[in-house]
Structure formats: structure tokens, C-alpha cells
Write a protein that binds this ligand. Sequence first.
Ligand SMILES: NC(=O)c1ccc[n+]([C@@H]2O[C@H](COP(=O)([O-])OP(=O)(O)OC[C@H]3O[C@@H](n4cnc5c(N)ncnc54)[C@H](O)[C@@H]3O)[C@@H](O)[C@H]2O)c1
Length: 313
Amino acid sequence: MRLLITGGAGFIGSHIADEALARDWEVAIIDNLSTGRRANIPTGVILFELDIRNRESVQQAFRDFQPQVVSHQAAQASVAISVKQPVLDAEINVIGSLNLLDAAVEQKVERFVFASTGGAIYGEVPEGTAASETTPPHPLSPYAASKYAVENYLRCYEREHGLQTTVLRYANVYGPRQDPHGEAGVVAIFLNRLIAGEPLRINARVTAGDDGCIRDYVHVRNCAQANIAATAGELPVRLMNVGTGQGISTRMLADTLQSLAGTNSQLEFGPLRAGDTERSVLSPALFQQHIGTPVSLEQGLQDTVDWFRASKR
Ligand SMILES: NC(=O)c1ccc[n+]([C@@H]2O[C@H](COP(=O)([O-])OP(=O)(O)OC[C@H]3O[C@@H](n4cnc5c(N)ncnc54)[C@H](O)[C@@H]3O)[C@@H](O)[C@H]2O)c1
């Protein structure tokens, strides 16, 4: 199998590359290294260093590698940046995706898997419920709107060109190799700070000083598994959440990480962040049916604490 991963030098994409190599697949990556790192790319993987907004370069990479399947992870992935720069967000997330889709059609790619957002696409998820794949999307940020736009384009390409497409809606993903210096990725940000003995900041759910937003944290291994199953043609659904169904507040996350790491960093409280929803929890029913039980939060966080500790040595 020849798999092309866009954004493969990033956090989630590099884990997909690892899983694909474990299956002896041939892997290439398209990445402009804007947030990704060369060090994340496993050996034996070809890197096309280019920007997905550049249509000609994208087409050339597809001609050179001739992928059978594509896993599209490259994106402007920050809700906060999308609020400040919606045009930039749309250029990368919408136009960039269309460039890839056109190249995929030209090269007769069999399957195209898209990293969408379960965390943002459903808008506010009411207390006591979890959003399932049949919950109507209600994007509240430019980032969520751009992801939903691409989900709809995928259906058009499937209908017009017979390209098989799969949409994976991730919850809040965490795990080894997540960039602690980005705008998103609270687990990585907290671990980096608590290992350095610095305070942790809880942004408000409603008002500064509360326990923060409720999120569903899913381990990156589960995203990689879902992508490999979908690209391999082993996933019988074309839309699936990748989440755990368990929602916790930012405060509870901070406390859990501190107890797993044995640290006692101070907590600070910040205001509500632009574009944030109060509560997001995803139903894991389809994931459980087709992939298996998601990694438990305790086990996944412990694994991540250990990795961050080891990488600091
Ligand atoms: N991390 C999460 O919690 C989460 C949740 C839901 C969805 N997602 C989606 O999953 C995907 C991967 O996210 P991640 O957390 O691994 O982020 P990441 O920033 O680590 O990875 C994104 C990769 O895309 C590359 N990239 C960005 N813009 C590019 C461009 N114009 N051209 C070429 N390459 C470009 C970056 O260099 C980086 O390597 C994204 O599509 C994101 O929207 C992530």
C-alpha cells in the first residue's frame, strides 16, 4: 500500500506514519513544517516539503509518489487563530484541501481520509449528552466551519468522481510528540509547564475562576488506528467520531496530571477564549464497534506524562 499523509511531520500525522510503517506500507508525507518537525518523521519516509496551498507543487508530489490512499491531516488547527485570521484558515483548510482532492482525482487515488473536528463541529454539547455522528453539526468558529465545508466537498467528490472518502471527527487529542508551544493541546502545554515547575492556567468556561471547559480527551493512538483502518478500507462507515465519551473539566485535567506526575504547580485562572465552546463530549459507540475500546484517560495520560518526562532528559 502506498499512503500519502499530509501534515505527517505533525503530532497526529507522525503517529499515523508509525502505524503504516508497522504494516510495511510505503509512506510519503506532504508538510511545510510550519508547526510540524522534521524530527517527527520516521526513517524510511519520503518528505515533500511544500505548502498545500500551492496547487502545482501538490500535483507534482502526487505524480511523483502515486499514492493509492491519502490521509489528510495538514491544517491550520487552532480555533483561536481561525477567529483572528479566518481567511488564512480558509486558504489552508478549504483551498488546500481542494488542491489535494483534485490531485487525488487526477492520480486515481482509491481512498481519501480527512481529519475533521468532533471537538468543534457540534457546537455546544448539552450537559449529560454526547454528540454522535447523527447529531447535526453546528460550527461556531471559522475553524469548525472550514472543516465542515471540506466534509461537504468530500461528498461532492465522492459523487462526481467516485473517490471513496472517510471523515474522522477527533475529540481533543493528546499523547507523545504533541507540541507544547502551540495554541492548542492543553495536555502538552500543562505537562511542559508542570515539569518546569511553572503555573498552569485554567481558561474560563463562563467566568474566570471556574473549572474551565469540559472536553473529551482521546489518545493519539486511537486516531492513528482509525486512520489506518479507514485508509486500508477496513472501516465500514464513512463518518466516525474518535473520542471516549468521557468529559472532564480543564481543572480536573490539571489535577489528574499533577497527581500522575507527582507535582504541585500553582493554578492560575484566565478569561474565556475566543471561539471556545463550553462543553464537548463525543459518543464513542461507532469507534468501539469498529476499532475497539479507546485508551482510558488514566492510562493514556500516564503514558504521556512518562513520554514528556523522558523527552526532557
Ligand atoms: N490535535 C487535536 O486535538 C485535533 C482535534 C481535532 C482535529 N484535529 C485535526 O487533526 C489534524 C492534525 O492535527 P495535529 O494536532 O497533529 O496538528 P499539528 O500542527 O501537529 O500537525 C499539522 C501538520 O500540518 C502541517 N501543515 C500546516 N499547514 C500546512 C500547509 N499549509 N501545507 C502543508 N503542511 C501544513 C504542519 O507543519 C504540521 O506538521 C489537523 O487537521 C487538525 O485540524 C486535531
